[in-house]
Design a protein around this ligand. Sequence first.
Ligand SMILES: *Cc1c(COP(=O)(O)O)cnc(C)c1O
Length: 242
Amino acid sequence: MSLSIPENLEKVRQLISLYEVKYGRSDKAVQLIAVSKTHGADKVKIAYQAGQKHFGENYLQEALEKIDALKDLPLHWHFIGPIQSNKTRAIAESFQWVHSVDRLKVAQRLNDQRPSSLPGLNIMLQVNISNEDSKAGISVDELEALANAVESLPNLVLSGLMAIPAASNDANIQRDNFRRLREARDKLLAQGLDQCQHLSMGMSNDFEAAIAEGATMIRIGTDIFGPREARGYSKCVKLPQQ
Ligand SMILES: *Cc1c(COP(=O)(O)O)cnc(C)c1O
């Protein structure tokens, strides 16, 4: 019943093309980011061999191991998880994209710690678009100030906005949320932040709505790699009594 990673990738790619046509988006307007969190480097390599180059990771330690194991492949790594400010150095050194920046302190640290031998680090600001209790993401009201501050940091490139709206199976609600992110992006573009082009929005359950509303990057895990095991389980059972 379950398909292989290459078959899943092909299916997702076909859907992306279908939705690009259906919603009047240009061909290849939407970039697929394969979210490989909790899945090993072996699976990332299988996806790479099936033509996938962009990968998203949430958990730093796990990500660094995969990045190192696969360093000979021309992969693009996107950090999409919550950022603790004491972890910014490794993110600045090892990733090309960071989608989950929602406060200035983190942006400043990423800027200061980005090695000068590397090109500017691409930053997407995470916006709390459905005003959830969830702490992640800056409010739309505070976005403009943060965007301007990030724009002024020389080792960062303010490349767009990201959101993880409250889960909903209602396509209209999904689209309302994604539309709000697009409108926030358009406002920043109109103010002259002209590299702030990308919209990182849409996951396995809602990427059709995201593409309809202008997503330029969708972040897909389950539909490519299959279901994830509950994280931390193996760590729990191994915990020594100390
Ligand atoms: C896990 C995760 C995804 C992928 O979610 P799926 O539902 O498995 O496609 C996308 N974005 C973020 C920020 C995630 O944490």
